[in-house]
Design a protein around this ligand. Structure first.
Ligand code: XLS
Ligand code: NI
Ligand code: NI
Length: 436
């Protein structure tokens, strides 16, 4: 039985194609910097927005037509949805998917029941993976929807809720292992606060660190070798999320002995909300060896919340790919969309348009970034800009063989400092535009 009978496998037709259901730039076998695009991009369909999104917003209920879904929260419906999801992902030609425990299987009245439900659906997911060859990029636990998490999960003031969250992540790790997941993500749902008058920030952060260490220990115990990823987000749902941005997350990891165990999953819209560009967040993580994976959904620069839109901006994808290519790709991470169609785009075919466009935007960004890198224009410019540190006093500063006193002596003995040179920002911006 087919859930998308009018749609056949999406093919690459090249830039001249006018077919809305074909790739114009994403040719999975095309080589970019010695890697097939398929392996470089590791595109991932996210289960929650794509198969559980209803199109509801704070002002109105769902709008999306999903004819296969009976609207119930039953396990049968969840199992049927697996077939829908895999038909979609297969037709799209995406090699990966990602999920939260509660979006693939319904939560039961007790933890035991929830675990049972998850086992039933995980079995169906495993069979579908084997049948199609589609793999799990990452698993995670939803510890924000259920009202029990109103005060947070690992950072709650209620120790029983902390214990429940731990048990939930234990199970999510087991299922991720069972399905061969290559990463496990921590996005701190409600880990944050609204007001410091009622919050012991120190205790909450200590608890969060304990929680993550327990996860790392348990992963080791069961033989889960996947990469742990921490996903920064500055606000929403809480006013202040503890995993604010890449810098805050890495500071937390470093302060708590988690470096080496945890990398980052950087999301474009979250970067914007933190007042950074995506390129800043990616580069900040990369230079510390902590760029693990990305959520590629973008926001709207005029709105202050996480709109989770599919990426279409080539300038943005080019910037992302400049950083991603610099580290040779994201493996074992990938490019997860974590995006949803607008509630006005209510037909199933809109899901295809959205993903095809986003994959094309990233493929194009990859090719443009590769061309820029091949010509070496940016690299050469930057290298030359810092050349005063390659030899002489600069090299000594970098080596750490000078101090304030020797530097003072150096300056006093000099008649004139080396002249400053232009940063040439506009020249470089124009140059980049020539590649677009
Ligand atoms: C929410 C986050 C979430 C994580 C997974 O804003 O982006 O979707 O990626 O829990
Ligand atoms: Ni995300
Ligand atoms: Ni998000």
């Amino acid at each position: 039985m087919s859930f998308f009978p009018e749609i056949s496998k999406i093919q690459y037709e090249g830039p001249k194609s006018k077919n809305p259901l074909a790739f114009k730039h994403y040719n999975p076998d095309e080589i970019v910097e010695n890697q097939r695009l398929k392996e470089l991009m590791r595109f991932t369909v996210c289960y929650w927005h794509t198969f559980r999104g209803t199109g509801s917003d704070p002002f109105g209920s769902g709008t999306l037509q999903r004819p296969w879904d009976d609207g119930s929260n039953s396990v049968e419906n969840a199992v049927k949805r697996v077939d829908v999801a895999f038909e979609f992902i297969e037709k799209l030609g995406c090699p990966f998917y990602a999920f939260h425990d509660r979006d693939v299987a319904p939560e039961g009245d007790t933890l035991a029941q929830s675990n049972k439900n998850l086992d039933v659906v995980a079995k169906a997911l495993k069979a579908a993976q084997q049948r199609t060859g589609i793999k799990l990029l990452w698993g995670t636990a939803n510890m924000f929807s259920n009202p029990r998490f109103m005060h947070g999960a690992a950072t709650t003031c209620n120790a029983d809720v902390f214990a429940f969250a731990a048990a939930q992540v234990k199970k999510a790790l087991e299922v991720t292992l069972e399905l061969g997941g290559e990463n496990y993500v921590f996005w701190g749902g409600r880990e944050g606060y609204h007001n410091l008058f009622n919050t012991d920030m120190k205790r909450e952060l200590d608890h969060l660190a304990k929680f993550m260490h327990m996860a790392v220990d348990y992963a080791k115990k069961i033989g889960f070798k996947g990469q742990f990823l921490f996903e920064p987000k500055p606000k929403e749902p809480t006013k202040h999320q503890y995993d604010f941005d890449a810098a805050a997350c890495l500071n937390f990891c470093r302060a708590n002995g988690l470096m080496g165990h945890v990398k980052l999953n950087i999301e474009t819209n979250h970067a914007t909300l933190a007042g950074h560009t995506m390129m800043h967040e990616l580069e900040y993580a990369r230079i510390q060896g902590a760029l693990g994976s990305i959520d590629a959904n973008t926001g709207d620069l005029m709105l202050g919340w996480d709109t989770d839109q599919f990426p279409t901006d080539i300038y943005l994808t080019t910037q992302c790919m400049l950083v991603i290519l610099e580290q040779g790709g994201l493996t074992p991470g990938g490019v997860n969309f974590d995006a949803k169609v607008r509630r006005e785009s209510f037909e199933p075919v809109d899901l295809f348009h959205a993903h095809i466009g986003a994959m094309d935007a990233f493929a194009r960004g990859a090719k443009i970034a590769a061309a820029i890198r091949k010509d070496g224009v940016l690299k050469d410019f930057v290298k030359n800009r810092y050349r005063s540190f390659d030899s002489g006093i600069g090299a000594e500063i970098e080596k750490g063989t000078v101090n304030f006193e020797t530097l003072e002596k150096y300056v006093l003995a000099k008649h004139e400092l080396a002249a400053n040179e232009s940063g040439r920002q506009e020249y470089l911006e124009n140059l980049i535009n020539q590649y677009l």
